[in-house]
Write a protein that binds this ligand. Structure first.
Ligand code: MLT
Length: 309
């Protein structure tokens, strides 16, 4: 019998296959705090998480039993994968299930940013009627720079094309042919800075992408650019972004992810709109993610078969 700890809010419907499997016994403690997790982790063979929990080397020192960490989502940056591997613990994720949710949230943020919807809503909440204050801009005929042309970047590109935007895509793995097939232009990071009215990020957080959009990058952007980050906190340097917003170089920004989640009170600006890491938070995506993870856990522990390690 394998014992599984679900240490985050994961869709019950998606976990059904695992719950109904006779070889798995599941405990759900979605709000577990790090101290409690440290105390009980050694009772489990499998740990299932989203982004709330950080799996550190120190946490893993408390277990001899854990065999598998399943991340219900794309990013594994909240897991010390090297430390897990050293202990022989397999780490798996669910790379495709969130794609549409993340692309749609990016568009929701981009439209909200362009039309100042959160600011207008807040103003009406205090009984104001400020029509001229909230004049926006259109997406039509604008240039969008997409940094990271993986699954999510591609879905964002398709939607941008439907809005009749010119799409520039940067990705070290993007070929000219692929760009042509998608109807977009392959671009360098600098070209994206020089020409984009909107810049959206869709890369993982790595050593290379940490602070990719920093002070020096913002010196190159088109004045009045709008920046969206629904990928990972830290890819856009928050201090540099606030400076850019203050100087007007950046006309607006939309962040769904933060260096520290939740972020501190200093991360505020009238032209900055924020959501609390909701990119993957749709009913459909959460069911798909949990279903995919459940099947992976069963396949690995029951049949020794790995898909997304
Ligand atoms: C992801 O990496 O897929 C998301 O950040 C998952 C989440 O919302 O926790």
């Amino acid at each position: 019998m394998y014992r599984v700890l679900v240490a985050d809010s994961i869709s019950d419907k998606g976990l059904r296959a695992l719950e109904e499997h006779p070889q798995f016994l599941i405990d759900k403690i979605p709000q577990i705090d790090p101290e409690e997790l440290k105390n009980i982790i050694n009772q489990y063979d499998v740990l299932i998480i989203r982004s709330r929990i950080t799996v550190t080397e120190e946490l893993l020192e408390n277990t001899q039993r854990l065999r598998l960490i399943a991340r219900a989502g794309v990013g594994v940056d909240n897991i010390d994968v090297a430390a897990a591997t050293r202990k022989g613990i397999i780490v798996v994720n669910s790379p495709g299930a969130n794609t549409i949710a993340a692309a749609e949230h990016t568009f929701a943020m981009m439209l909200a940013l362009a039309r100042k919807i959160p600011q207008a809503y807040s103003s009406m909440q205090v009984n104001r009627w400020e029509r001229s204050k909230f004049q926006g801009v259109e997406l039509f005929d604008k240039t969008i720079g997409i940094i990271g042309m993986g699954k999510i970047g591609i879905e964002v590109a398709k939607r941008a094309k439907a809005f009749q935007m010119t799409v520039l895509g940067y990705d070290p793995f993007l070929t000219e042919d692929r760009a042509k097939n998608l109807g977009i232009k392959k671009a360098t990071l600098d070209e994206i800075a020089f020409h984009s009215d909107f810049i959206t990020i869709h890369t993982p957080l790595t050593k290379e992408t940490n602070s990719l959009i920093d002070r020096s990058y913002l010196e190159k952007v088109k004045r009045g650019v709008r920046i969206i980050n629904c990928a990972r906190g830290g890819i856009v340097n928050e201090e540099a972004l606030l400076e850019g917003l203050e100087s007007g170089i950046v006309a607006g920004a939309a962040l769904d992810v933060f260096v520290q989640e939740p972020p501190g009170p200093e991360l505020k600006h009238p032209n900055l709109i924020v959501t609390p890491h909701l990119g993957a938070s749709t009913k459909e995506a959460q069911e798909k993610v949990a279903k995919e993870i459940s099947q992976e856990v069963i396949d690995i522990l029951e049949y020794d078969s790995i898909r997304n390690a």
